[in-house]
Ligand binder design. Structure first.
Ligand code: MCA
Ligand code: AMP
Length: 503
């Protein structure tokens, strides 16, 4: 079925529902908050395994219920109360999932932070959101955090502090904040997108319905748990569906193929860079054993979609999301999956294109209410009738599927990670030999876009030195893959660098 075959009288998203489902009966907030919804499953089927890791550890629903309650007690013992903020920066593991869920259950607000962040990037988050405690799995990052805020309490993901009385659990409301996801939005330094329990629950419910996610599913979860893809979709989606996830701290090609061959999982979520590597493997046909392969966070080239299908028979399902909105648009599970498109709005989501710019505007229970402490940015982020400006430019294809054709925001997406040119340019300008710098994304077969810098210098520095210089200051994935030292940057009559000439 394509959207053209679909009954147009209902919402556009009804195409995602199983045949015979009445869209009016869809409830994207079927519990008081996100964790209450998860806990329903733990109580109903206490013996079902819900989380496992590649090391062979596994937890049933009853065990996860108990472990998260105990972890909440430990947070309480450190003096934390509902509404307090906790920064979490750890490689994916069952322990960090427990700490995260415990925090949500007792009403703490989680600030997930990339483990690649360096001192300045962490200091920005700490200065902006003022966490009272950090959960970190690395001494160097713990030290940077404590430099940024003297006296900040830091625990490892095992929360090795004494047990304490368990506070009230699952008692927040749908409007209570649950997560603050840092993203640069359309401009400037990273801003904290405040996502409520209602936003997180609505998005998890929407993908549960659209992707036919059931308790029988096992997700191979090798995405980081500090971005919405791994956390809001992978972890929350699993637990809202009453399903299970196998957590791996790293994407490893052979591990994914072994898992698929052995039938250890039914679903895999990845970024296009992962699919590029999978497509190059002679064992890629193993992917056909999975019920569902989802791609997102960056464009999946249509040729890659076709190559994967030719080699394995699997048709990857591409979807579109953002930190501020979690999941927005998806190709249908049952209908046609159209390569080069992101599909149709997910349940509850309204999408429209700005008539003058074709910018994608969105509204729905999944969309955040605003950035932390940024009244000006918030005023610009929404239309008068409450649609959020995504900064992505779209158009509809002949079947009514959304295609993302450009970005209005100055964003480079490398391997599924966002890199803001301004941040890299500022780091380069911090080198005494650099007069000016311009950073662009250059199409790249592995990373999608490769961060590439052009620098006007005094002649005393090499490109390699500048790459290393940036690498010491910013997360390493932001480091330019190439720095070109140039005599002059192309500028327009106003003196502004013409980036299109550089690309
Ligand atoms: C690692 N490196 C990178 C990247 N990742 N360089 C550029 N871009 C990257 N994304 C560099 C490292 O700095 C290192 O360089 C070298 O590659 C090897 O590092 P390693 O960690 O071993 O790399 P990898 O394991 O091969 O990582 C590639 C990856 C990873 C698996 C594709 O980048 C990844 O997990 N990406 C997914 C990110 C994600 O979850 N995005 C979702 C955000 P050196 O050795 O020189 O230091 S967007 C989102 O959440 C929204 C809601 C959405 O729509 O999903
Ligand atoms: P983030 O701010 O990290 O949440 O990144 C969100 C951005 O990633 C979106 O605004 C899009 O530009 C991009 N994105 C996510 N999924 C897709 C996709 N399937 N195709 C193209 N771009 C995507």
């Amino acid at each position: 079925m394509t959207v053209a075959d679909h009954d147009r009288s209902g919402p556009a998203w009804a195409v995602h529902l199983p045949a015979g489902t009445n869209p009016d009966g869809v409830d994207l907030a079927p519990a008081a908050n996100l964790t209450a919804r998860m806990a329903e499953h733990w109580r109903r089927e206490p013996g079902r395994v819900v989380l496992a890791d590649v090391g062979g550890r596994s937890l049933t629903g009853a065990e996860l219920d108990e472990r998260t309650a105990a972890a909440a007690g430990r947070f309480a013992g450190q003096g934390l109360v509902a509404g307090d903020r906790v920064l979490v920066s750890c490689d994916a593991s069952v322990d960090v999932a427990i700490a995260h869920l415990a925090a949500l259950r007792m009403g703490l607000v989680v600030l997930p932070a990339n483990t690649a962040y360096r001192a300045d990037e962490l200091a920005h988050l700490v200065g902006d959101a003022d966490p009272v405690l950090a959960v970190v799995d690395d001494r160097e990052r713990a030290g940077w955090l404590q430099q940024a805020k003297a006296g900040l309490a830091v625990l490892g993901p095992d929360l090795a502090v004494p047990d304490h009385a368990v506070p009230a659990l699952d008692a927040t409301t749908l409007t209570s904040p649950g997560l603050i996801g840092y993203t640069s939005g359309t401009t400037g330094r990273p801003k904290g997108a405040v996502l409520s329990h209602g936003n997180l629950l609505a998005s998890a419910e929407a993908v549960r319905l659209a992707w036919r996610w059931t308790a029988e599913d096992r997700l191979w979860l090798c995405l980081p748990l500090f971005h919405m893809h791994g956390l809001g979709v992978g972890l929350h989606g699993t637990l809202v569906a009453g399903a299970s996830a196998l957590i791996s701290p790293k994407f490893e090609l052979d591990a994914v193929l072994d898992m698929a061959e052995a039938g250890r999982a039914t679903m895999f979520f990845g970024v296009p860079t992962m699919y590029t590597r999978l497509a190059a493997s002679p064992r890629v046909d193993a992917l056909a054993r999975l019920r569902l392969l989802v791609s997102g966070s960056a464009p999946l080239p249509a040729e890659l979609h076709h190559a994967l299908e030719r080699a394995s028979g699997a048709k990857v399902l591409e979807r579109y999301g953002m930190t501020e909105t979690i999941m927005l648009v998806s190709n249908p599970y049952d209908g046609e999956r159209r390569p080069g498109t992101v599909g149709l709005p997910l349940p509850g989501v309204e999408v429209r294109l700005d008539p003058s710019s074709d910018e994608v505007l969105v509204k729905g229970p999944n969309v955040f209410a605003g950035y932390l402490g940024r009244p000006e940015a918030n005023a610009e982020a929404f239309t008068e009738d409450g649609f959020f400006h995504t900064g992505d430019v779209g158009r509809y294809d002949e079947a009514g599927y959304l295609q993302l054709v450009a970005r209005m925001k100055e964003l480079i997406i490398s391997g599924g990670y966002n890199v803001y040119p301004r941040e890299v340019e500022d780091a380069l300008r911090g080198h005494p030999a650099v007069i000016d710098a311009a950073v662009v994304g250059v199409p790249d077969p592995e990373w999608g876009e490769a961060v590439t810098a052009f620098c006007e210098t005094d002649g005393s520095v090499s490109g390699e030195t500048l790459v290393a210089f940036v690498g010491d200051r910013l997360a390493r994935y932001k480091r330019p893959k190439r720095v070109h030292v140039v005599d002059t940057l192309p500028r327009n009559a106003l003196g502004k660098v013409v980036k299109s000439d550089l690309r």
